[in-house]
Design a protein around this ligand. Structure first.
Ligand SMILES: CC(C)(COP(=O)(O)OP(=O)(O)OC[C@H]1O[C@@H](n2cnc3c(N)ncnc32)[C@H](O)[C@@H]1OP(=O)(O)O)[C@@H](O)C(=O)NCCC(=O)NCCS
Length: 188
């Protein structure tokens, strides 16, 4: 889906622009670069950098599908003309019994952490998700990702359980995934 651009003020006084990730080759390239960079900067995402194989064509097609689907929200965060990060809400599934559930994801480049972007982005995504008909947002956070967990709690998410050993790193160590949910309907 496409949505209105929103400008928010960060903790350091700069402005971030939250906008639809448009299916354009420059945006696609920017997002591919951003995915590789964030995969290099944190162990708390799913992919290793060498597992990101998107091309400009495949990424543009992916974004075309996203803007055409009224239930997919793909948001870029621009600061001083640079892509600071990206966030999304996707349907957990399309069949009626799970249509009320959205899956939220967010990742920012490291130099943009701690500026309050996460809170503003989740606030706007929640508004848009509610308007799109979602009743709850769900996510998984890898144990040890205290900044993300604290952000989600601040934004009203609560822990519902964990997937034990959900992540296996190349060095053979494992990490649990903590499952969290936020109701958008007011009921707990
Ligand atoms: C997780 C992430 C999105 C947070 O975004 P952010 O813009 O830095 O978040 P915010 O600044 O809005 O808020 C983070 C909060 O956590 C707090 N925090 C920071 N470091 C912390 C830590 N080590 N332990 C606990 N809380 C911490 C901050 O104080 C802040 O709360 P405050 O605003 O009340 O002070 C960002 O760090 C990121 O993209 N990380 C890499 C990718 C990732 O892990 N994505 C999430 C996958 S589930």
């Amino acid at each position: 889906m496409r949505f209105d651009e929103k400008r928010v003020t960060l903790k350091d006084g700069r402005t971030a622009v939250l906008r639809t990730a448009e299916p354009e080759p420059e945006v696609a390239q920017t997002l591919i670069d951003y995915m590789v960079q964030t995969a290099e900067e944190t162990p708390f995402l799913l992919r290793y950098p060498d597992e990101i194989h998107y091309t400009i064509e495949s990424e543009t097609a992916f974004l075309e599908n996203a803007v055409a689907d009224p239930r997919i929200i793909m948001m870029t965060v621009m600061v001083d003309g640079e892509a600071a990060g990206c966030a999304s809400v996707n349907p957990v599934g399309g069949v009626r019994r799970i249509r009320h559930r959205g899956s939220l994801a967010i990742a920012l480049k490291r130099k943009y952490w701690g500026l309050g972007i996460g809170s503003k982005v989740i606030g706007y995504l929640s508004e848009l998700a509610q308007a799109a008909g979602y009743e709850q947002l769900e996510l998984g956070v890898i144990e040890g990702n205290d900044r993300a967990k604290s952000l989600y709690e601040k934004c009203g998410f609560t822990e519902t359980g964990k997937q034990v050993d959900a992540i296996r790193y190349d060095d053979g160590t494992y990490a649990d995934e903590i499952l969290m949910i936020r109701k958008l309907t007011g009921k707990e």
